[in-house]
Write a protein that binds this ligand. Structure first.
Ligand SMILES: [Zn+2]
Ligand SMILES: [Zn+2]
Length: 268
């Protein structure tokens, strides 16, 4: 028996002899089953043997990923807080080098994940560090591997202590959440608020690979949910996808540009 990983999205499924029949996360219109190889499953042990930890600074926050890049390729962020350290987002990989480094940094009090594409190996991480995972109630059905450490919150905000606030934004997923880090004036956004290549704007999509936008009203609500929070930096989902300054204004002007593009016409 082993746990199984979906090769395309990196979601870990419960321990079974045979791999699952399908991956609901990849079958969903926000993701895809790859055209060339179809649905592929990897057992956890072989997967670990084919990768190594990638632990390094990303614009002032410790990032944790694996190399070579796997599945969607996101990196997690290690958030140091007076109320206990938080892992923001999660990855489909965990080895001794990562465990040692996180223990050296003081361990984890909690894990919080923006949306189901990054739930990945969250239960593996929660068991290793003995900490809860905070997900939004609206995405409960996407949890592929249930566990008592996976907790669901309802509503618009959840205070984690130490100036860390989970904000439910919606958009890409109805229960899509971001993490505001008051002390650092930073927004950790996964791909709920997507940092785009020029680092001057962000965007918001229902599906990034399938190019399906969200309605204008959804972006307005997302913008309003973030309006009370001041932040300079925006940390997106991948290595280096970081806006260093002016973050609040970037979200505002990006929401305006988006709404104009899908209502009045294309941006100039
Ligand atoms: Zn999948
Ligand atoms: Zn996503």
């Amino acid at each position: 028996m082993t746990t199984w990983l979906c090769k395309a999205c990196g979601t870990q499924y419960p321990e079974t002899d045979e791999p699952p029949g399908s991956c609901p996360i990849c079958d969903d219109p926000r993701q895809y089953v790859p055209y060339d190889e179809g649905q592929v499953w990897l057992d956890w042990e072989s997967h670990l043997g084919a990768h190594e930890a990638d632990i390094r600074d990303d614009h002032g926050i410790l990032g944790i990923g694996c190399a070579p890049s796997f599945a969607i390729g996101q990196r997690a962020l290690f958030v140091k807080s007076s109320a206990g350290n938080v892992l923001w987002d999660c990855i489909p990989y965990l080895d001794d080098a990562i465990v040692r480094r996180i223990r050296d940094e003081g361990g984890l009090a909690a894990i919080a994940i923006s949306h189901p594409h990054y739930y990945s190996a969250m239960v593996e991480w929660a068991h290793t560090f003995g900490c809860p995972v905070h997900l939004h109630q609206a995405e409960r059905k996407w949890v592929a591997r249930s566990d008592p450490l996976v907790r669901f919150w309802d509503g618009e905000r959840l205070e984690l202590g130490g100036g860390l606030t989970l904000i439910r934004c919606g958009g890409h997923y109805e229960g899509g959440q971001v993490l505001h880090w008051r002390e650092r004036r930073a927004l950790l956004s996964g791909d709920i608020v997507q940092v785009i290549p020029d680092r001057r704007f962000v965007s918001f999509m229902f599906s990034y690979p399938n190019l399906i936008p969200v309605p204008a009203g959804t972006v307005r609500r997302l913008d309003a949910a973030l309006e009370p929070f001041a932040f300079d930096a925006i940390y997106g989902a991948w290595w280096g996808r970081v806006i260093e300054s002016g973050g609040s204004a970037v979200v505002r002007r990006s929401a305006d540009r988006y709404v104009r593009a899908v209502t009045d016409g294309l941006p100039s």
